[in-house]
Design a protein around this ligand. Structure first.
Ligand code: NAP
Ligand code: MG
Length: 483
């Protein structure tokens, strides 16, 4: 819903008829759908209207063990024996099938996770397909990726993904792992497992040998069982810093190679010479679209003092025309918050912001009665030490601070336990280079934000994790490189 002083657009709802959902999903182990030994299932809910979508199997330790054994056997007997060119053929086939089913995958991603259809249709699914195409191309060229070096695959990779970009994070993990000759066991997030299960159907359709990809669904304890399994060679985790730290502790003293892609509190910096209207639109895109459910969301805005008033007024004006509502509506900018629990977390941070004394602005918009929705929220005059400026909120909440000099903003932006991404808005190229070299962030965007490409590596500094996904760098996470 938009605020009352703007007109309402006619609804433009995407049809859900294209999605074929089973009423119940089993575990995908060794190329077959297997009933969980736990004999328990959990519901998958549509956060936009709280309706029930399907029942999903809950894997316990015994199921995880079965999946790891299947992955080990497939690694030893089949996948590690294939040439890179053969592995590449399977990956290309998977990529093409994903592309053919892209509309169904996009609608399902929106139904299960609450993100606007515009986002899943134009960003998540095309990028996920492109990741498979990109790594399919590397499968027979690993020698070119690391010239003069010898390399070997690692074996069985355990992969754990979050709920904000379910299929895309799966692609970031599975595509390079398979290209490098490893087999995988993947645990999707409990609130968004459905596209991973559709992906299992795609693996079957592609004729991927049994056991090369296994999908074990469940809660955090399923993930913990996978991490603890002694026959796993590699763990790739994307999720919160708290769980990342637990996983790091669990890997100490084991053979397991680890990459962690964790949380963020990224700075978006507007200098006084920036093209202001573009910067305002960029700020909106960096934090409010996709409900702020983006690890690298530009959740801390820094505006140079001389233009601060003007930028804040423009931001408030722009927020009045943001459309919050049904994620299946093609006009929607902010869809549903992924889960009730996450909505409570965001509301809690909004109360923390108010109690810390920051000035709050929310546009006057009506939220749908059913489902989990949150108004876009600005906090002005935020103190550097306040919790809302330091902790990851993972929702459509932006803190605003001002600065006078470039030195000051570098110091403020870097004063964070995180270091995933940053944005810089300025017309001055030299300032872009200066700032991007001094900001402690894995990616720095200039005069844009949230731009992704499979050829470009992504990953964090400090408590945002270590290791890189994407690009040639992403291959090294799945290879033993011998010099
Ligand atoms: P999360 O709670 O850490 O969960 C991530 C995944 O780990 C889920 O599959 C979760 O299962 C599982 N898990 C939970 N406890 C576990 C344990 N003890 N051992 C092993 N696995 C466990 O994070 P989230 O709330 O889903 O995702 C949001 C976070 O991810 C944010 O902090 C965000 O910044 C970060 N993120 C980072 C990147 C990046 O590239 N850096 C990208 C996307 C998201 P359940 O779902 O069943 O709990
Ligand atoms: Mg769901």
């Amino acid at each position: 819903m938009m605020s009352e002083n703007t007109w309402n657009l006619d609804p433009a709802l995407e049809s859900t008829a294209i999605v074929q959902l089973n009423t119940q999903y089993e575990l995908y182990i060794d190329g077959k759908w297997q009933i969980p030994q736990s004999a328990t299932y959990f519901p998958s809910v549509n956060p936009a209207d709280e309706s029930h979508l399907s029942q999903i199997a809950q894997a316990n330790e015994a199921d995880v063990d079965k999946a790891v054994k299947a992955a080990r056997a497939a690694y030893q007997n089949v996948w590690s024996q294939l040439s890179g060119a053969e592995r590449g053929k399977y990956l290309f086939r998977i990529a093409r099938l994903m592309q053919e089913k892209s509309r169904e995958l996009a609608v399902l991603e929106t139904l299960d996770g609450g993100k606007p259809i515009r986002e899943s249709r134009d960003i998540d699914i095309p990028l996920a397909c492109n990741h498979f195409f990109y790594y399919a191309g590397w499968a027979d060229k690993l020698e070119e990726a690391f010239p003069g070096q010898q390399m070997a695959s690692l074996g069985v990779a355990a992969q754990i993904t979050p709920w904000n970009f379910p299929l895309l994070m799966l692609a970031w993990k599975i595509a390079p792992a398979l290209a490098c000759g490893n087999t995988v066991v993947l645990k999707p997030a409990e609130t968004t497992s459905l596209t991973a299960l559709k992906f299992a159907e795609i693996c079957q359709e592609a004729g991927l040998p049994a056991g090369v990809v296994n999908i074990v669904t469940g809660y955090g304890d399923t993930g913990a069982a996978l991490v603890a399994h002694p026959d796993v060679d590699k763990i790739a985790f994307t999720g919160s810093t708290a769980v990342g730290k637990q996983i790091q502790r669990a890997c100490i003293g084991t053979k397991k190679k680890l990459t962690l892609e964790l949380g963020g509190k990224s700075a978006n910096i507007i200098l006084e010479d920036a093209p202001i209207d573009q910067a305002v639109e960029g700020v909106i895109n960096a934090i409010f679209f996709n409900q702020g459910h983006v690890c690298c969301a530009g959740s801390r805005l820094f505006i140079q003092e001389s233009i601060a008033h003007q930028v804040v007024e423009k931001l408030k004006f722009r927020l009045k025309s943001i459309y919050v509502g049904n994620p299946l509506d093609k006009n929607t900018d902010i869809g549903a918050i992924n889960s009730k629990k996450q909505l409570e977390t965001i509301h809690n941070y909004i109360s923390v912001g108010l109690s810390e004394g920051a000035e709050m602005y929310q546009p006057d918009c009506k939220l749908p009665e059913k489902g989990y929705y949150c108004q876009p929220t600005l906090f002005l005059d935020v103190a550097q030490s306040s919790r809302i400026a330091q902790e990851e909120i993972f929702g459509p909440v932006l803190t605003v601070q001002t600065f006078r000099t470039i030195e000051e903003v570098i110091q403020k932006a870097n004063n964070s336990p995180y270091g995933l991404a940053a944005g810089v808005w300025t017309a001055n190229g030299a300032r872009i280079f200066g700032l991007s070299s001094q900001l402690q962030a894995g990616v720095v965007w200039a005069n844009t934000y949230n731009k992704f490409d499979p050829t470009s590596p992504f990953g964090g500094y400090k408590e945002s994790g270590f290791g890189r996904e994407g690009g040639r760098h992403g291959l090294s996470a799945y290879l033993q490189i011998k010099n």
